[in-house]
Design a protein around this ligand. Structure first.
Ligand code: FES
Ligand code: FES
Length: 164
């Protein structure tokens, strides 16, 4: 048995421990937002968060996420719409075919969680997910916009006189 938490829900699964997390998410838990692209950790279509870190679910065995917190695109925000990246993605109309986009957003979310104000170099070095449609310019712009929104939200939440 393997126990893990996915998007806040705990699951105990009787599945072969070497089963890739991607197939557990898609086939067992019906979380099909995470996509299969290459299956060899190259494209990033399967990116999810494990313990807050971006991971490629196609090459992550179920045994590696025992007792871990997994977040998929379905759990990035409570309503599926309101994460600053989701807002920026819509504003700029980032996707073309859309297939790579859940993985792109999850990679970007891990970046902003660890580096709330990434510069162009930071974005270029950490965003290595592939997009066959070539939406890279819009993806990078959306990350910049989301970082700005996130920073404004934090300033408003802190209120006057507070610093961090
Ligand atoms: S499907 Fe996992 S990296 Fe391509
Ligand atoms: S939007 Fe089509 S592969 Fe990225």
């Amino acid at each position: 048995m393997t126990t893990l938490t996915v998007n806040g829900t705990r699951h105990t699964l009787d599945i072969e421990p070497d089963t890739p997390l991607l197939w557990v998410l898609r086939d067992q838990l019906n979380l099909t937002g995470t996509k299969y692209g290459c299956g060899i950790a190259q494209c990033g279509a399967c990116t999810v968060h494990v313990g807050g870190q971006a991971m490629r679910a196609c090459v992550t065995p179920l045994s590696a996420v025992q007792d871990q917190e997994v977040t998929t695109i379905e759990g990035l925000s409570d309503d599926g719409l309101s994460h600053p990246l989701q807002v920026a993605w819509r504003e700029i109309d980032v996707p073309q075919c859309g297939y790579c986009q859940p993985g792109q957003i999850m990679a970007a979310a891990a970046l902003l969680a660890s580096n709330p104000s990434p510069n162009e170099g930071d974005i270029a070095s950490s965003m290595n997910n592939l997009c066959r449609c070539g939406a890279y310019v819009r993806i990078r712009q959306a990350i910049v916009n989301a970082a700005s929104t996130q920073s404004q939200n934090q300033s408003q939440n802190q209120g006057p006189g507070e610093t961090s």
